[in-house]
Design a protein around this ligand. Structure first.
Ligand code: IPD
Ligand code: CA
Length: 254
C-alpha cells in the first residue's frame, strides 16, 4: 500500500494508540517480567504492545522492531517503519511514569516522521520533516538557547554499553559544561523534550535505532538538527540531536 506522509503520520498515531491500549493491563508495575539479564529487561508488556503495532502497520511497509527485529524488505533508503513498542521499559516495570510508544518512518536514509506517545501523561508528540511538529495538536519548536552554560542535556546509558570509568569520563566533562543534565530513562521522551524546546540537546552512544528513530524525526520536524548517524549491524548508533543553535564541537569536545 502506497501512502503519503500525512497518511503515514495518521497511521503511526493510530498504531501508537493501539499499542498504548495493549499496554493498559500491564500498568502500575504489572509488566510481566520475562527476563532481566544484566541491565536489560524484557516483559510481556513489550511483546503485547509490539504485536498491536505490527497488526496496525501490516501491509504498509517493512518494519524494524525492537522485539522481532527486521522484517523482510527492511531498507532505510526505500522506507521502513522503525518501532519501539515500549521505550522506558524499566521505568514502566517500576510504575515510574516515564515510558512511551515510539513509531517512526525512516526513508531516504533519514528519520522522516514520528509519533511518541507518552504513556504517563497521554501526551502525543508527532511530526514530519517539512511540515512541523506538534504536541497534542499544538505546534512545537526547539529552543533558541546558544550558550552551553544555559543548556539542558538529556542523556542515557544503554543497557549493553560499557560503564567503565574511562568510557564515562567524557560524559563528566559534558556535565560540567551545561546547566543541567537529565536522565529520563526513555530516549524517545528525551528527544521529544528537545523537539518541544524543554531540553536543548540529547546525546547517547550505543543506543538502538528503534529507541531514537521517532524522537529524531520529531527534533528535525521541530527545527532542530541531528548529527549524521552511523548505524551498526546490530542497529546501534551514537546519537546526537540538538536545537541547532548550540556550539556542539565546544560542548562535546573531550
Ligand atoms: C532504553 C531507554 C533508555 C536508554 C537506553 C534504552 P528501552 O530503551 O530508551 O533511556 O538509555 O539506552 O535501551 O530498553 O526501555 O526500550
Ligand atoms: Ca523498548
Amino acid at each position: 500500500m502506497r501512502l503519503d506522509d500525512e497518511q503515514r503520520l495518521a497511521l503511526a498515531r493510530q498504531a501508537a494508540e493501539r499499542a498504548a491500549g495493549a499496554l493498559r493491563p500491564f500498568l502500575n508495575g504489572q509488566a510481566g517480567v520475562l527476563a532481566a539479564d544484566g541491565r536489560d529487561i524484557k516483559t510481556r508488556a513489550d511483546l503485547a504492545a509490539e504485536a498491536a503495532l505490527l497488526e496496525a502497520l501490516a501491509g504498509t511497509g517493512p518494519v524494524l522492531a525492537e522485539e522481532s527485529g527486521a522484517s523482510a524488505g527492511v531498507d532505510l533508503e526505500a522506507g521502513t517503519w522503525v518501532i519501539d513498542p515500549l521505550d522506558g521499559t524499566l521505568n514502566f516495570t517500576r510504575g515510574f511514569p516515564m515510558a512511551a510508544v515510539s513509531v517512526a518512518w525512516w526513508a531516504g536514509g533519514e528519520p522522516r516522521l514520528g509519533v511518541v506517545l507518552d504513556l504517563g501523561s497521554g501526551d502525543c508528540f508527532e511530526g514530519c520533516v517539512g511540515s512541523g511538529a506538534r504536541l497534542n495538536g499544538r505546534q512545537i519548536a526547539v529552543s533558541d538557547i546558544q550558550d552551553p552554560g544555559q543548556a539542558i542535556l538529556a542523556t542515557g546509558f544503554p543497557s549493553g554499553a560499557s560503564q567503565d570509568t574511562d568510557v564515562l569520563l567524557p560524559f563528566l566533562r559534558r556535565l560540567q559544561r551545561v546547566k543541567k543534565v537529565r536522565l529520563l530513562g526513555s530516549a524517545a521522551l528525551s528527544l521529544a523534550q528537545v523537539a518541544a524546546g524543554r531540553f536543548d540537546l540529547y546525546h547517547e552512544d550505543g543506543i538502538w535505532l528503534w529507541d531514537v528513530a521517532a524522537g529524531l524525526a520529531l527534533v528535525r520536524a521541530a527545527g532542530g538538527k541531528i548529527a549524521p548517524l552511523e548505524i551498526r549491524d546490530d542497529w546501534t548508533c551514537n546519537c546526537l540531536a540538538s536545537n541547532g543553535h548550540l556550539p556542539l564541537n565546544q560542548l562535546l569536545d573531550s
